[in-house]
Design a protein around this ligand. Structure first.
Ligand SMILES: Cc1cc2nc3c(=O)[nH]c(=O)nc-3n(C[C@H](O)[C@H](O)[C@H](O)COP(=O)(O)O)c2cc1C
Length: 170
């Protein structure tokens, strides 16, 4: 079994595509990839987690994550390292941009997780407070494939370089 697991939830596939980019950056030999719609319980088997979600219905968590919430709320993440990423649309939904990522942050934080991979807010234009760690940082990587697809690869690359040491990778 590999040491890192990436769990993602997607509706139209965008978060899954970003998840695959992250796995490629970190090395396929290092990361097990799971869709939260199927294998959520496997989260208990790992100490290093990457967690990705989109946001739907104006501020709602992606539906597979939503369905998994009751189980997530019973898990213990003390001693576990978690890096979050979210996909959303800052132009169409500025007030709820990446709210899903913010919701997962709250849940994992309450259950004891230690976070890595906070991401600067410069270069984005939105008003949602939920995905923010502080004024200058998101709680995780922010991806907007709807409006800034040309920036995705570079953002993923930089973020992966940033989280590698915390996940024991060079
Ligand atoms: C009806 C609808 C509602 C949406 N609501 C939000 C939202 O509240 N916040 C946000 O950041 N993005 C919102 N989005 C954009 C999606 O989250 C974005 O396209 C995302 O990348 C989709 O990822 P997925 O295909 O992995 O689910 C919405 C899109 C649609 C069509």
């Amino acid at each position: 079994m590999k040491k890192i697991a990436l769990f993602y939830g997607t509706y139209t596939g965008i978060t899954g595509i970003v998840a695959e980019k992250i796995v490629k950056e970190l090395g396929e030999e290092n990361v097990d990839l799971y869709n939260i719609s199927k294998d959520g319980e496997r989260m208990n088997d790992y100490d290093m987690l990457i967690i990705g979600t989109s946001t739907w219905s104006i501020g709602e968590l992606q539906e597979d994550w939503d369905a998994f919430m009751p189980k997530l709320q019973e898990m213990d993440f003390n001693g576990k390292t978690v890096a979050l990423f979210g996909t959303g649309d800052q132009v169409g939904y500025p007030d709820t941009f990446l709210d899903g990522m913010g919701m997962l942050y709250e849940t994992f934080q309450y259950r004891g997780a230690k976070f890595v991979g906070f991401w600067p807010t410069s270069g984005y234009d939105f008003t949602s407070p939920l995905p923010l760690l502080d004024h200058d940082h998101f709680v995780g990587l922010a991806i907007d494939e709807d409006n800034q697809p040309e920036l995705t690869d570079e953002r993923v690359h930089k973020w992966c370089t940033m989280i590698k040491p915390a996940f024991g990778l060079k």
